[in-house]
Structures are given as C-alpha cells and as structure tokens.
Design a protein around this ligand. Sequence first.
Ligand code: NDP
Length: 252
Amino acid sequence: MTCHIDYQAPSSLLEGRVILVTGASTGIGRAAAMAYARHGASLVLIGRSVARLEVVYDAIEAAGGPQPAIFPLNLESATSQDYASLAAHLESEFGRLDGLLHNASVLGERLPVAEADLETWAQVMQVNFTATLGLTQALLPLLARSESASVIFTSSSVGRRGRACWGAYSTSKFATEGLMQILADEHRDGAIRFNSINPGATRTAMRQAAYPDEDPAILRTPEEIMPTYLWLMGNDSATANGEAFDAQPPRH
Ligand code: NDP
C-alpha cells in the first residue's frame, strides 16, 4: 500500500510507449491520459462519448504530446466482439500495447444490500468488473508483445474493506483486486505486471455524486495524484507485480 505521491517522473519516462486508458474523458482518467502523453506515450482514449474524448485529444495535441487515438466504447453494453475488434485495431495501428489503465467505473446506487436492485447491481458489475476482465483478456496478446507491460486496475478503499451501503461498487472493486492478483500470479515471469491503485478521495464528478455535501476544495485534484499513476506505469516500478497501492496518504 506504499504511497508514491512524491515520485518525480523523468520527462522521458514513457517515451515510445503505447498506453490505453479507459474512462479517459474526464476526472482521473483524463488527468492520467494527459500525464502519460506529457511523458512521451501515445494514448488510446476509451470512453462513451466521442465529443468528450475529442476534447482530451485536442488538449494532448495542444500540449505537444504524441497524436492519440480515440476508440469509443460503452462498457455497459460492450461484448467480446467489441474487445476483439479493439485489439485488431490496435494491432494494425501499433502492433503492441505497453500499458493499460483500467479507470472507467460507475458508482451505482448507495443502498443497504437488503434494498439493492439486482439489475442495477449487475450493470455496475458489468462496467466496473466484467468489462475490465473482457478488455484485459482481449489485450493480453498485444501486451505480451511489449518489452515490459504494466496493467493498472483502479480500486477504492471500499474494494479493500467493505462498507455499509456501497454494495455493487464495493463488490466490483473487490472482484477487480482479485482479478489483479490472479493475473499477477499467472504472469510471475514479470513480462506483464498487474497492480492496483486506490486513488483515495479525489475531486471529481464521481466523488461529488457520492458525497454531495462535501466541499470539493478540501480534496486533492486528479492532477495531484498522478505521481503514483506515472510511477506504476513506468519502469521505475518494474519489480511490482500483484500489489495494491494508494495514490495518496489516508485522510484523517
Ligand atoms: P468520473 O465519474 O469522474 O469518471 C468516470 C469515467 O468513466 C468517465 O471518463 C466516464 O466516461 C467513464 N465511464 C463511465 N461509464 C462508462 C461506460 N459505460 N463505458 C465507458 N466509459 C465509462 O470518475 P473518477 O475520475 O472519480 O473515477 C475514476 C476511477 O477512480 C474509477 O474507477 C473510480 O471508481 C475510482 N475512484 C475514484 C475516487 C474518487 O474520489 N474520485 C475514489 C476511489 C476510487 P464518459 O462518461 O465520458 O463515457
């Protein structure tokens, strides 16, 4: 659970690397896409809305980053066919994949288990977990072609300790942590490494939806938690595999 908030990434950390970020249109995913591009990576931006992804595309280009690629995908309805066609597209465009940040998630409803709607629960599991599994599975062959690939799963404090009324979201994050550990154990040679990050309380739309009465000004911004995202994506973390990290120290 080490926190790398003070990590200072060299500007060439991710030069020449191809990195896919899900939920790249806003919040933490957008900040990670921008940070990775600023450190030399070619980004593949995934999200539901082309218009929102285009804004990030333009921001990366305006900042002088390598030209990104946009691939619209709704993870709530995506099928193995969609993941396969994404993999085929990336293979013809880049030939490999060096990094994968699973960031997209939905919050779902905040209710006790006794009152939870099963259909909504399944939708949250689909976006937060099953799509993560499908995407990883389809992209493993491309990741295997990288000299050193890093796959980062996004967890949460409620993915490490259950909390009342966090139902499907919490379950989906526990499942994600489990998948990360299984994959890490299956790839003990370290050619592809799998780890998770708990971003901690961060100033985004999701946090605002979860805590509507909280003053967002007291929270770290997505940009402020990027040191851990950079460290774990680059080769300075080459020996980390199967570990769960925090992007910021716990708040008291
Ligand atoms: P936001 O709600 O701000 O962003 C979520 C992203 O996920 C958006 O880019 C959205 O894209 C994308 N997304 C949502 N549903 C889908 C879908 N069906 N298909 C494709 N993309 C989708 O969330 P945060 O930035 O706050 O969260 C990022 C990650 O960090 C999540 O995994 C979250 O669980 C985790 N986290 C966040 C914390 C926080 O305090 N903010 C704390 C702990 C964990 P679009 O709507 O454009 O399609």
